[in-house]
Ligand binder design. Structure first.
Ligand SMILES: Nc1ncnc2c1ncn2[C@@H]1O[C@H](COP(=O)(O)OP(=O)(O)O)[C@@H](O)[C@H]1O
Ligand SMILES: [Mg+2]
Length: 243
């Protein structure tokens, strides 16, 4: 098992956001974590990646307990993620962003960003082509469309060495063309052996893509299994209708 989440609990003041969640992530497949707004999906991502501390419970990654580690150390263990709200620097280029995530041990990073490396240029041009961003690497983030920023976010997460890729709502707010692009990309990543944990709010995207679906509602895993079973489960439909 790549990732084991065991009985995680988390409160914010009086709000019990996560009420004892347990699930596993298997290698080389796409697992979708779905559930209505406010279910606790992003909170679980933040706990797994160390941005938030769980009140109770344990998380193991490749057999090691990571629950008490700092975000930086968890990232170095091989967990790479994107955020629901895209976090990019408007006045830095695509090149700068890809260069930035490559080696977080590198103290000369700022200097390196502004000094272009020819080998990197070729690699990044290929990355952009593969991911479907039809712009040059010198394009500033401020010149990218919303969909292209979402794609760049995924490219950055992919560029970091990792064993698990975690994507928080990668298709939220994008048009159907970009949605299809991301769907194709994730499918091809799975074929290359990537392990992906994906949060999504929209069940349609998950139906075609996920191997395994975990449904969270009000901080509780209410069911999990194959998409065709889970997405037709009356409990799940009720959770979404109650939103
Ligand atoms: N930093 C925080 N402080 C207080 N409450 C929070 C915080 N983060 C999340 N919550 C609350 O926890 C619950 C789960 O939120 P979240 O994990 O963002 O849900 P989801 O990603 O499934 O939409 C919500 O009720 C939200 O308001
Ligand atoms: Mg969220």
């Amino acid at each position: 098992m790549l990732l084991e989440v065991k009985n995680i609990k988390k409160s914010f003041g009086g709000v019990k956001a996560i009420k004892g969640s347990t699930f596993n992530i298997e290698e080389k497949r796409i697992t979708a974590l779905i559930g209505p707004n406010g279910a606790g999906k992003t909170t679980l991502f933040n706990i797994i990646t160390g941005l938030l501390k769980a009140d109770e419970g344990e998380i193991q990654f490749r057999g090691e307990t990571i629950t008490q580690l700092k975000p930086h150390d968890i990232a170095n263990f091989g967990i790479s993620r994107t955020f629901q709200q895209v976090r990019l620097f408007r006045y830095l280029s695509v090149y700068d962003h890809l260069r930035m995530v490559e080696n977080n041990e590198d103290t000369k990073i700022i200097k390196n960003i502004f000094k272009k490396d020819k080998r990197k240029v070729d690699i990044y041009e290929k990355i952009l082509k593969d991911i479907g961003i039809d712009r040059g690497i010198d394009t500033l983030v401020s010149e990218l469309s919303y969909g292209q920023r979402k794609l760049l976010n995924i490219a950055m997460a992919l560029r970091k060495p990792h064993h698990l890729l975690m994507l928080d709502e990668p298709v939220a707010g994008v048009n159907t063309v970009v949605q299809e692009k991301i769907e194709e990309l994730l499918q091809s990543l799975k074929e290359k052996g990537e392990t992906i944990l994906l949060i999504d709010h929209d069940m349609g995207f998950v139906r075609t893509l996920a191997d395994h679906v975990i449904v969270l509602d009000a901080g509780v895993v209410i069911t999990q299994g194959k998409p065709e079973e889970v997405l037709n489960d009356p409990k799940v439909l009720e959770a979404y209708l109650g939103e």
